[in-house]
Ligand binder design. Structure first.
Ligand code: SF4
Length: 272
């Protein structure tokens, strides 16, 4: 069950969530009134959510939120760790295997102050901002910074189709590389790859052997081995996990194979 508190003093006027099911330009999702001019103000209050709630910033810096929930991290090197997830509404991609289509539309406007308050109720160490495509909402950058400044270990899960260059460097960036079988490989923003550090991760969700061979080639072409952690995951109920494991061992790949823990535990039910 989503645990989102409505906080709709001001509408998020410039966020247009595509409901066509055919995808749309990322720019459609960008709030043009994003509050970058208030960044310094935000930094002065994010260590105190109660103060922030009373400031004008809480009214200006809003995001469209699909759900906020507490679960075990199902992916990345932090797999298994209790984590609060903030799922932002909207995505300009339409991957063939997408399991969060419910987050393409809907959701509720929440201020950053309200989000911080909801997160704090779980007293977590780890917080993950996910989607949808979180970076499709410009205020995501402010949210990430506010979460880190509030003392959390913060990670961002992004499709790899939007620029990660402005993400706070203290945030762990988990960047997908979309494979041919995803249907969205042409959306990969290759300029993101040189920006990655040891602090970040790359993830390939693989649907078949062609995807696997393609991913190997991408790793070679972009010299990704050693740059940051690389995760291979079989698309759930599409690629046999044992088969993928055998390919990785056969080819001596320096990648980490992960099964999505939340799907094994909760069959991908929303709220987990
Ligand atoms: S990027 Fe993620 S949320 Fe968007 S369509 Fe692909 S799998 Fe779904």
């Amino acid at each position: 069950m989503p645990h989102v508190n409505p906080d709709a003093q001001l509408p998020l006027q410039n966020v247009e969530v595509d409901s066509s099911g055919t995808g749309g330009a990322a720019s459609q999702l960008l709030p043009q009134s994003a509050g970058f001019a208030i960044t310094s103000d935000l930094a002065s209050v994010v260590d105190s959510p109660s103060r922030m709630a009373s400031s004008s910033i809480s009214n200006v810096s809003q995001l469209r939120i699909s759900e906020i929930f507490f679960s075990l991290q199902g992916e990345t090197s932090r797999i298994g760790l209790p984590t609060v997830f903030i799922r932002l509404t909207g995505c300009p991609l339409r991957c063939s295997y997408c399991d969060t289509r419910y987050a393409f539309t809907g959701g509720q406007n929440c201020s950053i102050a309200s989000i911080l308050q909801q997160v704090a109720e779980y007293t977590p160490r780890y917080v993950t901002v996910t989607g949808g495509e979180p970076l499709a909402q410009k205020n995501c950058l402010l949210l990430l910074r506010a979460l880190y400044d509030a003392g959390y270990e913060v990670s961002l899960e992004t499709s790899g189709a939007l620029d990660i260059g402005e993400v706070d460097g203290r945030v762990m960036r988990v960047v997908d590389i979309k494979t041919p079988a995803s249907g969205e490989a042409e959306k990969n923003l290759w300029e993101n790859l040189p920006l990655l550090t040891q602090h970040d991760e790359i993830k390939f969700v693989l649907c078949d052997e062609n995807d696997y061979q393609w991913a190997r080639l991408i790793i070679q072409q972009h010299q990704l081995t050693g740059k940051c952690a690389i995760v291979f995951s079989p698309a759930h109920a599409t690629l046999d996990a044992t088969q993928l494991a055998e390919w990785i061992l056969r080819d001596r790949l320096q990648v980490r194979m992960l099964l999505q823990l939340h799907k094994l535990l909760w069959n991908n039910a929303p709220g987990h």
